[in-house]
Design a protein around this ligand. Structure first.
Ligand code: URA
Length: 246
């Protein structure tokens, strides 16, 4: 988003309220710009440099917002859908207004860690397979798993339309009627993990993403809940995608 914007948009972006609430706050004299009460929401400001207060509190501008969500099953990873709920429907207006979009996608029935950001460049880097960002999943499958499966994952499975990159399969529990495993992949093709298991003759019955790169899912987040990334989480993500060209 450009750093030059209308004051009312800036206030919404900073979480001061909906458009209507911001308009009322401006009218009520609750906003100052450069030390003076400002009532004109149409005033254009340089968001980086402007000194704006709301109810006396200085507003520190952030050019981007980055979130982690515990995506619940039954919700689409899509911007909008006419009939089904999407992850963007779960966000407060502030985060939709500033352009937060999912980083990659999880299937409708997959749960767990979904990153959302307004920084398209960061999203692009996190998704590029050549960046080798680990995505870790917990999977339950409907049959047994063994060393041969771990070996096949490690070698890179041949799927119908592509050769999967080598992946790590840690078997947590295996019995004839089902198994549990942790899977680490570095790419995110459509139904990738489910298709890798299917190539070994078992179907995924439950899938949850636990980590993206250095960032684990916050266990305090209930399904459907989200929060902004901490500075440390963001720095770790940026560090792991920093090297090399975009
Ligand atoms: N792999 C899948 O098959 N599904 C997901 O949602 C994520 C990875």
């Amino acid at each position: 988003m450009s750093d030059c914007m209308r004051l009312d948009r800036f206030l919404s972006f900073m979480g001061c309220g909906t458009r209507g609430e911001v308009r009322d706050a401006l009218r009520a004299g609750r906003v100052t710009l450069e030390g003076r009460t400002e009532r004109d929401g149409g005033r254009r400001i340089d968001a980086q440099g402007a000194r704006v207060t709301f109810d006396g509190n200085p507003l520190a501008y952030k050019p981007h917002r980055h979130l982690m969500m515990n995506k619940p099953a039954g919700v689409l990873t899509a911007a909008r859908d006419a009939r089904q709920p999407t992850v963007l429907d779960l966000l407060a207006p502030l985060y939709r207004a500033c352009g937060c979009m999912p980083v990659g996608r999880l299937d409708k029935d997959t749960e767990g860690l979904l990153l959302l950001t307004s920084d398209g460049e960061l999203a692009h880097r996190l998704l590029a397979p050549k960046r080798h960002v680990d995505k870790v999943y917990f999977a339950q499958v409907d049959g047994p798993l063994g060393d041969a499966d771990a070996q096949a994952f490690a070698e890179g499975l041949q799927l119908s339309d592509f050769q999967a990159m080598p992946a790590r399969l840690e078997i947590l529990h295996s019995a004839p009627e089902g198994a549990e495993a942790r899977v680490t992949v570095q790419e995110g093709k459509f139904h990738q993990v489910k298709r890798m298991f299917a190539a070994r003759g078992v179907q995924v019955t439950h899938l949850k993403r636990l980590c993206v790169g250095p960032v684990p899912l916050d266990p305090a987040l209930k399904p459907g809940a989200y929060r902004e990334l901490t500075d440390a989480e963001l720095a770790a993500l940026e560090h792991c995608v920093r090297a090399g060209p975009p």
